[in-house]
Design a protein around this ligand. Structure first.
Ligand SMILES: Cc1cc2nc3c(=O)[nH]c(=O)nc-3n(C[C@H](O)[C@H](O)[C@H](O)COP(=O)(O)OP(=O)(O)OC[C@H]3O[C@@H](n4cnc5c(N)ncnc54)[C@H](O)[C@@H]3O)c2cc1C
Length: 601
C-alpha cells in the first residue's frame, strides 16, 4: 500500500458523529488546528437517533443554531400512555396523558429531529470548508507515553488511517475517539467494554402511517399484550417513528421490515388498524449496556460517545449524552491549546465528569429498560400506572438536566467561607447546568433569556447579582466587587486580547431600570471590544416587568436576595462552577489560579 508523509495536527477527531462534531464546534471557535477523519463517504444523510433533550437544545442555543432546530423539529409536549384494555385485554386503551416536561426543568422544549440534520447544523458552524476527511478510515492509534509526559507540546499520538487505498499517518497532540460503538480507537488502545453480554435487538421504523389511532401525533408509550412500542412523531407533521424491542434471541440479521410492520400491527390491535403508506427508513440494531474500562490514555487520547458507553434507545439518551461528551471535552482542549489553562489539571476533569455521567446513564437505562420488558412487568407486578409514574418521575433525567458534576478544580462545591456561599443563590447548584430566566436588557429594554446574553464562544462568565443600585450600600458594594473582578479578568487575559475574551461578565440588577443611568454602571460591564473598539452594551440586565413579555422574576428563580446579591461563576459550557457572596470576590483569583495560566502579573 502507498503511504504518505506524516501530517501534524493539534487535535485529530476520529469520527464525525454527534460527539465528534460537537467537539469540533468548540475547536473551531477557539481557532485550534484540528482535523476530522470520517469513514463514511459523506455526511450522514438520514436515520439513527432523533430525540433532542432540552439540555441539547440549550447547547444549540448557546452555539446560535437553536432557531433552525426549533423551527424544523417536532415539539414533544405531551405523552400518552396506553395499556391493555381491562375490559378487552387483547386491545389497547389510553390510561393517561402527562406533560412531557415540567416548566421548571428548562426554558427550552424537548424536540425531535433526525440526527443527520443535527449533524448538518453543527457542521455548518465549522466554516466554509469544514476540515472533514470523508472516506478516511482510522486503523490504528499509538501513544508515545514518554513524550506525552515530558513535553505538553509533543505530537505524542500517531494515528494511521486509509483513504482511497493510500495509508496516511497523522501525528497529533490530542486525539478524540468519537468513532461510535465499534470504536477502532478504543480497540487499538486495548480498552474493553464492560457490561451486559447479551445485546437486546431494537427495531426502528420511520413511517407514514394510515391509522385512526387517536394519539398518532403524540409521543406514546404502548404496553400491549403483544409487546411494547414507543411512538415518536417526527418533524414535518406526517412522519412517525416506531421503536420496538424485539423478543430475546432475535438476531439483527433476521429482522425484516415486514416483520417489524407485522409486530406493530399486533401491538396496535384490531381496534386501531395500522397501514403504512410509506417507510422512509428502518433499521434494526443491537445495544448492550456497556461502559469502557478506560476513557483516556495519558490524557492525550479521550474516548467519547458510543465509543465508551452504549445502552438502549428507550430514554432517547444516546445521541444527547454523546454530543455532550464532545461538548465537555471540546472547550477544555480549546483552552489548553490556546495556553489559557493547564492541561494536567483541566483535561482530567473530562474523565472525572463524563465517566461518572456515563456510569449513571447505564444504571438509569437498566432500570428504565425493565419498564419495556413485558416479562419483567408481569413477574414483578409492575402495573401500567407504575410504568407511567416512573416515566414522568424520570423527566428531569431524560431531559438531560440531572447531571451534577462532582467537586473538582472547576466545580468548587465547598463554600470558601462560613457565609455558606451556595445559599446566596439557592436556585442554582454547583456542578449543574446554569438555568435561564427572563430578564430585560438594560441598553434596549429587550425581554430575553439571560443565557442568550451568554453565547458559547469559549469564555467564562462572572454573573453578578448586584441588587438595587438605588440602595447606596448596593451601589458601593458593586463598585468594590468590580475592582476585584477587573483585576482577576485582566490577569488571565492575554495582552492584546479583548478584555472579555477569557473571563466575561454579566450584571443583573434588581433596580427599576428607568431610574438607573449608564454612568452608574461600572465600566467593567461595558468593556471596549471587537475590531471597531466599541463599548459593548449587551452585558447588563434588569429583573423587572418587560413591556410585552411579562416578568421573569429572575432573582427569585436564582434564589438570590436582592439585598445580599450573589456572584456566580459559569463555565464556557454553562455549568455552574462556583457560587460566592459578593464579599468573596477576591477568592475568585485563587479559584482561577487552580487551573488557568496567568497571562499577566
Ligand atoms: C444504525 C443505528 C441506529 C440508531 N438508532 C438510534 C435511535 O433510533 N435512537 C437513539 O437514541 N439512538 C440510536 N442510535 C444510537 C445513536 O445514534 C448513538 O448513540 C449516537 O449516534 C452516538 O454518537 P457518537 O458520535 O458517539 O457516534 P456515531 O454517531 O455512531 O458516530 C461515529 C462516527 O464515526 C465514524 N467511524 C466509525 N469508525 C470509524 C473509523 N474507523 N474511522 C473513521 N470514522 C469512523 C462513523 O462512520 C460515524 O460517523 C443508533 C445507532 C446506529 C448505529
Amino acid at each position: 500500500m502507498t503511504t504518505t508523509e506524516a501530517e501534524k495536527v493539534d487535535v485529530l477527531i476520529c469520527g464525525s458523529g454527534s460527539a465528534g462534531l460537537c467537539a469540533a464546534v468548540w475547536l473551531a471557535r477557539f481557532g485550534v488546528n484540528y482535523r476530522i477523519l470520517e469513514r463514511r463517504d459523506g455526511p450522514l444523510k438520514t436515520g439513527q437517533a432523533d430525540g433532542v433533550q432540552t439540555r441539547t437544545v440549550e447547547i444549540f442555543d448557546s452555539f446560535g443554531i437553536a432557531e433552525e432546530l426549533l423551527r424544523e423539529a417536532y415539539h414533544v409536549l405531551e405523552v400518552a400512555f396506553w395499556a391493555p384494555d381491562p375490559r378487552d385485554p387483547g386491545e389497547i386503551a389510553r390510561t393517561r396523558y402527562a406533560a412531557d416536561k415540567e416548566t421548571a426543568i428548562s426554558h427550552q422544549p424537548h424536540v425531535i429531529l433526525n440526527q443527520a440534520r443535527l449533524n448538518a447544523l453543527m457542521t455548518g458552524l465549522l466554516g466554509p470548508e469544514p476540515p472533514v476527511e470523508y472516506g478516511c478510515e482510522v486503523r490504528e492509534v499509538r501513544v508515545d507515553d514518554g513524550a506525552a509526559a515530558e513535553d505538553p507540546d509533543a505530537y505524542a499520538v500517531t494515528v494511521t488511517a486509509v483513504k482511497d487505498g493510500v495509508e496516511r499517518t497523522y501525528r497529533a497532540k490530542y486525539v478524540l475517539g468519537c468513532d461510535g460503538a465499534h470504536s477502532t480507537v478504543r480497540r487499538s488502545l486495548g480498552f474493553k467494554m464492560v457490561g451486559d453480554s447479551s445485546d437486546a435487538v431494537w427495531g426502528v421504523m420511520d413511517v407514514y402511517p394510515r391509522t385512526d389511532f387517536p394519539d398518532i401525533r403524540k409521543k406514546c408509550v404502548i404496553n400491549s399484550a403483544a409487546g411494547s412500542i414507543l411512538v415518536v412523531p417526527r418533524e414535518g407533521d406526517a412522519l412517525v417513528r416506531l421503536y420496538t424491542e424485539l423478543p430475546a434471541g432475535t438476531r439483527v440479521a433476521d429482522v425484516s421490515l415486514e416483520g417489524l410492520q407485522a409486530h406493530a400491527r399486533r401491538v396496535f390491535g384490531g381496534r386501531y388498524p395500522l397501514d403504512f403508506a410509506e417507510t422512509a427508513w428502518w433499521s434494526a440494531y443491537s445495544i448492550g449496556q456497556r461502559l469502557a474500562d478506560r476513557f483516556h490514555r495519558a490524557h492525550r487520547v479521550f474516548l467519547t460517545g458510543d465509543a465508551c458507553h452504549t445502552h438502549s434507545p428507550k430514554a432517547g439518551q444516546g445521541m444527547n449524552v454523546s454530543l455532550q461528551d464532545g461538548h465537555n471535552v471540546g472547550w477544555k482542549l480549546g483552552m489548553v491549546l490556546r495556553r489559557l489553562a493547564r492541561p494536567d489539571v483541566l483535561l482530567p476533569t473530562y474523565v472525572l465528569e463524563r465517566e461518572r455521567t456515563a456510569a449513571d446513564l447505564i444504571d438509569f437505562d437498566r432500570a428504565f429498560a425493565r419498564l419495556f420488558d413485558s416479562r419483567y412487568r408481569r413477574e414483578n407486578h409492575v402495573s401500567p400506572r407504575d410504568v407511567a409514574d416512573h416515566f414522568v418521575r424520570a423527566g428531569r433525567y431524560t431531559a438531560g438536566q440531572a447531571v451534577r458534576y462532582d467537586p473538582s478544580v472547576i466545580t468548587a462545591a465547598t463554600p470558601s467561607s462560613s457565609s455558606s456561599s451556595s445559599s446566596v443563590a439557592s436556585g442554582l447548584t454547583v456542578g449543574m447546568a446554569f438555568r435561564s430566566a427572563q430578564v430585560v436588557r438594560f441598553c434596549d429594554a429587550k425581554a430575553m433569556q439571560l443565557v442568550k446574553g451568554m453565547p458559547a464562544n469559549g469564555q467564562w462568565y462572572l454573573v453578578v447579582f448586584a441588587g438595587d443600585l438605588a440602595r447606596p450600600e448596593s451601589a458601593a458594594r458593586l463598585r468594590e466587587v468590580t475592582r476585584s473582578l477587573e483585576r482577576i479578568a485582566y490577569r488571565f487575559t492575554p495582552p492584546g486580547a479583548d478584555p472579555d475574551s477569557v473571563i466575561d461578565r454579566i450584571l443583573v440588577l434588581a433596580s427599576d431600570r428607568k431610574t438607573v443611568e449608564q454612568d452608574e454602571i461600572p465600566a467593567f460591564f461595558t468593556p471596549v471590544t471587537g475590531k471597531r473598539g466599541m463599548k459593548c452594551l449587551t452585558k447588563v440586565f434588569a429583573d423587572e416587568e418587560s413591556y410585552n413579555s411579562g416578568h421573569g422574576h429572575a432573582y427569585e428563580a436564582y434564589g438570590v436576595h436582592p439585598e445580599r446579591g450573589a456572584l456566580v461563576v459559569v463555565r464556557p459550557d454553562h455549568y455552574v462552577s462556583k457560587i460566592a457572596s459578593l464579599d468573596e470576590a477576591d477568592s475568585l483569583e485563587q479559584f482561577f489560579e487552580g487551573f488557568m495560566i496567568p497571562q499577566r502579573t
